[in-house]
Ligand binder design. Structure first.
Ligand code: CP
Ligand code: NVA
Length: 311
């Protein structure tokens, strides 16, 4: 039997996102109403972290608990993976003991090798290349803020502006644009352009590259950015600070966006670097809702991978 994983945004179809967004709304409603719903009772989630985390760790751990299951946190440094046990061997062992696995690691290839040897579903909790759970939470947040709260088609035909690094978040937004039918405007500094090798040719009609961030923001319904130095790239920090200085989201940029535009950031943020405080702490910012929605989106993903659809 083939096991279904969630390793990148394009692993789910538009039809699956239609279901998952509705399901997220239902799971969030049940939680807020103190309704018990334990479809994953007696199930265990292993969470493997090779990089730091606040939101991802907490939301997966609270999420599996709310669905009736249990989480085990594994920091790779404390496991045999940190002492050179092959990823393939670890996957074979861990997936015989738990029911579902979330991994945050460096290269997407590591995640893929793990998944190829796992008997149970594997979820990408962030790699250098992709962060699909975060973008799904961001899109769900947009549906809540500017749609009816459960119909994913509210994002169709909209424009999302990405200002900053060509990183795991931007490559995931590119995949999302094709799968869900919106357009992405991308402005990255010289020397930090998108790596075409990471982009599926069929995604190319769904994004446009701009030299100036202000132009990318024009008319956008979502303006989003991320740290200038992602985890794993710390050695480049000083050079990046200089290269990215004109790629900070400002109130001026927000004024060029659509009148009802929202500002998004996956967090953690650095005020005064990639975004001005008046934007991230301002009225158009939905960053706290994005963080909260990680919890409910990931419950929908785990429930779906293990139990399929509830309709
Ligand atoms: N946005 C996000 O994934 O946050 P953490 O690094 O805190 O998990
Ligand atoms: N691009 C950032 C996201 C952190 C959640 C990083 O990879 O560090």
């Amino acid at each position: 039997m083939t096991v279904k994983h969630y390793l990148q945004f394009s692993d789910f179809t538009q039809d699956e996102y239609v279901y998952l967004v509705q399901r997220t709304a239902e799971l969030k409603r049940r939680f807020k109403a103190y309704e018990t719903w334990h479809p994953l009772h007696d199930r265990t989630l292993a969470m493997i972290f090779e990089k730091s985390s606040t939101r991802t760790r907490l939301s997966f751990e609270a999420g599996i608990f709310q669905l009736g299951g249990h989480a085990v946190f594994l920091n790779t440094k404390d496991t045999q993976l940190g002492r050179g046990e092959p990823v393939e061997d670890a996957a074979k062992v861990i997936s015989r003991m738990v029911d579902i696995i979330m991994i945050r690691t460096f290269g997407q290839d590591i995640l893929e090798r793990f998944a190829a040897n796992s008997r149970v579903p594997v979820i990408n909790g962030l790699t250098n290349e992709y962060h699909p759970c975060q973008v799904m939470a961001d899109i769900y947040t947009y549906i809540e803020e500017r749609g009816n709260g459960e119909d994913v088609s509210a994002i169709e035909g909209k424009t999302v502006a990405w200002v900053g690094d060509a990183n795991n978040m931007s490559y995931t937004w590119i995949q999302a644009a094709r799968v869900l039918g919106f357009h992405l405007n991308i402005a990255t500094p010289a020397g930090y352009a998108l790596d075409e090798q990471l982009i599926d040719p069929q995604d190319k009609p769904f994004y446009t590259v701009f030299e100036h961030p202000m132009d990318a923001c024009k008319g956008a319904h979502i303006v989003t950015t991320d740290v200038w130095t992602s985890m794993g790239y710390e050695a480049e920090n000083e050079v990046r600070m200089a290269a990215f200085k004109d790629f900070k989201v400002t109130a001026d940029m927000m004024a060029h966006a659509a009148a009802d535009a929202v500002f998004m950031h996956c967090l953690p943020a650095h005020r005064g670097e990639e975004v001005d405080a008046e934007v991230i702490d301002g009225a158009q910012s939905v960053v706290w809702q994005e963080a909260e929605n990680r919890l409910h989106v990931q419950k929908a993903i785990m429930e779906y991978l293990l139990r399929g659809r509830f309709e």
